[in-house]
Design a protein around this ligand. Structure first.
Ligand code: GLV
Ligand code: MN
Ligand code: MN
Ligand code: MN
Length: 389
């Protein structure tokens, strides 16, 4: 029985077996309560900052070492993406304690809010706000799928959205280490249970609004249609065709009015693009948007494009990364997945540890990591924290 097992039923969809743990929902409240209880059981001082990030302090004062990840999920997410980093941090604290380690600086275990951006669209919402990377006014106005604003969602859970914004606790942190399940097969191929992160690819999210004209599916001749679904389909094909070694994904789409026998009036789709360099991201997005506009012109469909968020390329702190690799004798690898560690790396020395995922699958109920590998992750994290504190 590991700490992760405690969370097995929280926010689980019985039909898909996946998790729906979105910020400021009942599942999120349950996860926050669990985290608070685990902090209390260990005598850690819990603070929830104004952005909903939970911080459990072992000790107090400046120079703290921050460790943790997030408990939220994508729609139908897996068991490990996020929670493994939080439970491993708590278990590493337990190991340090039972080994009699007395830290010479504070250690903070963190649960960051809305890392996936699954409810309000912007990934790493909690860490972006805490570091001042996102304007509070913009955050307050973000809407979820039902049209509820972040401000209203926070109020419904007893939080005050007027307080959103940069946090001074950031200034008390000297380093951040995030452990995460690997979201690929690199460690499986290298036959290594644990790896050290080197970099994160730059990425971004764009919203495409394609507006045509609703009409009857039976009586409207094919040549008389202004069908935004055609433009959407041509955009998806362009993304697939143009991506090359980069990544372009349409994973979310809203169709209005969404009736089998009506030509849609509007298709709204979200594009996620990642590449090795920012320039490649820009070139790829331009190619997909150009294809969408060309299709729009041919079909009589208006195309409007809005940039939702951007994350710059991240290179983790070299001395810290080298120290980790030395301590845990692990291979070093880059990732194309986003993390709070990427946001924090612009402000303080930051590093990541990855735990092997045999299938490489993530953002899916099939995400998996073996218990022995998770234990190796905790062991590696404890060794790192012992060294840093
Ligand atoms: C977060 O996991 C992301 O990479 O989208
Ligand atoms: Mn994720
Ligand atoms: Mn994650
Ligand atoms: Mn020490």
């Amino acid at each position: 029985m590991t700490l992760l097992d405690d969370l097995d039923d929280v926010g689980r969809d019985p039909r898909s077996g996946g998790y729906r743990r979105h910020v400021w929902t009942d599942a999120d409240a349950e996860l926050r309560m669990w985290f608070a209880q685990e902090a209390a059981r260990r005598g850690l001082d819990l603070v929830e900052d104004a952005n909903g990030n939970q911080l459990a302090w072992w000790g107090s004062g400046p120079g703290a070492v921050l460790v943790g990840s997030h408990l939220d999920s994508v729609p139908d997410g897996g068991r490990f993406d996020g929670p493994l980093g939080v439970t491993s941090a708590l278990e590493a604290v337990d190991r340090l304690r039972s080994a009699g380690h007395v830290p010479d600086r504070p250690l903070i275990v963190a649960n960051f809010a809305e890392e996936e951006g699954s409810r309000f669209g912007i990934a790493c919402l909690g860490s972006r706000l805490a570091t001042g990377a996102l304007e509070p006014d913009r955050a307050r106005a973000l809407l979820d799928r039902d049209g509820t604003s972040l401000a209203d969602a926070m109020r419904a859970h007893g939080r005050d959205p007027r307080l959103l914004g940069r946090q001074s606790w950031i200034d008390d942190v000297s380093a951040f280490v995030e452990l995460h399940v690997e979201q690929g097969r690199a460690l499986a191929d290298l036959d290594a249970p644990v790896g050290v992160g080197s970099a994160i690819w730059p990425h971004g999210r764009w919203q495409l609004d394609m507006t045509g004209c609703a009409d009857h599916a039976g009586t409207t001749r094919m040549e008389d249609r202004r069908d935004p679904m055609i433009t959407f389909a041509e955009s998806v094909l362009a993304a697939h065709r143009e991506a090359g070694p980069s990544r372009a994904t349409f994973g979310r789409v809203d169709v209005a009015p969404n009736g089998t026998n009506a030509i849609p009036s509007r298709v709204r789709a979200w594009l996620d693009v990642r590449a090795e360099t920012q320039e490649e991201v820009d070139v790829l997005v331009r190619a997909i948007v150009d294809a969408a506009r060309r299709s729009g012109t041919a079909q009589g469909v208006d195309v409007a494009v809005d940039e939702e968020s951007r994350s710059d390329a991240v290179v983790f702190d070299l001395p810290l990364r080298e120290r980790l690799a030395e301590l845990v004798h692990a291979p070093v690898l880059a990732t194309a997945a986003g993390h709070d560690a990427g946001i924090l790396s612009a402000h303080l020395p930051t590093a990541m540890l990855f735990v092997r995922n045999e299938t490489g699958v993530s953002h899916s109920p099939d995400e998996h990591a073996d218990t022995v590998d998770c234990e190796a992750g905790v062991e590696a994290l404890a060794r790192v924290l012992q060294d840093l504190t």
